[in-house]
Design a protein around this ligand. Structure first.
Ligand SMILES: [Fe+2]
Length: 158
């Protein structure tokens, strides 16, 4: 099912399927969350953290690439401007979320190679929590978009 949404078209079924299939991505996110719990920080192994965040960055890139390739489409027909604007905003968020996560990976590498002091681990943990909250908000808005697109499809469009 493809919903025409102005300049950006949402393919609700594909977008939903990509989210359901992103098991490895979610597992890594859960692992990183556990590793960066405040109680775990004093005994944190920086090499493990860098490895885990590196894998998570690759999965994040894959996840966003799949969503952009199959979940969103460019379309010239302006049939549902409300959905189109939301779709465009959410698709554009991928770039800033990914850039933010890459900075986090760089900071963890600096920690590993002692380019910054160990006290910066708390900064890594804080930034990770913030990233996770932003990602969660982004994902829930995409879920809302999927539902709105399905509803519009059932109701015959905007
Ligand atoms: Fe997304």
């Amino acid at each position: 099912m493809s919903i025409i949404a102005g300049t950006v078209t949402v393919n609700a079924a594909f977008l939903q399927e990509i989210k359901e299939d992103a098991r490895e991505f979610r597992q890594l996110l859960t692992q990183a969350t556990a590793m960066l719990e405040p109680a775990q920080l004093p005994a944190l192994d920086c090499k493990c953290l860098v490895d885990l965040l590196g894998k998570l960055r690759d999965q994040l890139a894959l996840h966003f690439t799949l969503e952009e390739a199959y979940g969103y489409f460019e379309d010239a027909i302006d049939a549902a401007p409300r959905l189109s604007q939301q779709a465009e905003t959410l698709r554009n968020q991928h770039q800033s979320l990914f850039a933010e996560f890459c900075q986090l990976v760089e900071l963890s590498e600096q920690l590993l190679y002692h380019e910054v002091g160990e006290e910066r681990i708390e900064q890594v943990a804080r930034r990770f929590q913030r990233f996770r909250a932003e990602l969660q908000l982004h994902e829930s808005r995409e879920h809302e978009l999927i539902l709105a697109a399905f509803n519009d499809d059932i109701g015959g469009g905007d």
